[in-house]
Design a protein. Structure first.
Length: 67
């Protein structure tokens, strides 16, 4: 249920907003990977979650461009 709300929220945003969100998610992923490499990351499942969110954002962007 939570994922569907996230995707629906993405679909209402403009391409510029989606790009901003994509950049922010990629920065977060970089920081999580850095923390993981230095053994400071407690919740390693967050990396997987952020990667999937990046994929969702990219999918919505692609659909918007084609549609």
């Amino acid at each position: 249920m939570k994922i569907n709300a996230f995707v629906e929220d993405l679909k209402t945003k403009s391409a510029a907003e989606l790009n901003e969100e994509l950049v922010a998610a990629k920065k977060e992923l970089f920081n999580l990977r850095f923390q993981n490499a230095t053994n400071q990351l407690d919740n390693t499942s967050r990396i997987k979650e952020v990667r999937r969110n990046i994929a969702r954002i990219q999918t919505v962007l692609t659909q918007a461009q084609k549609g």
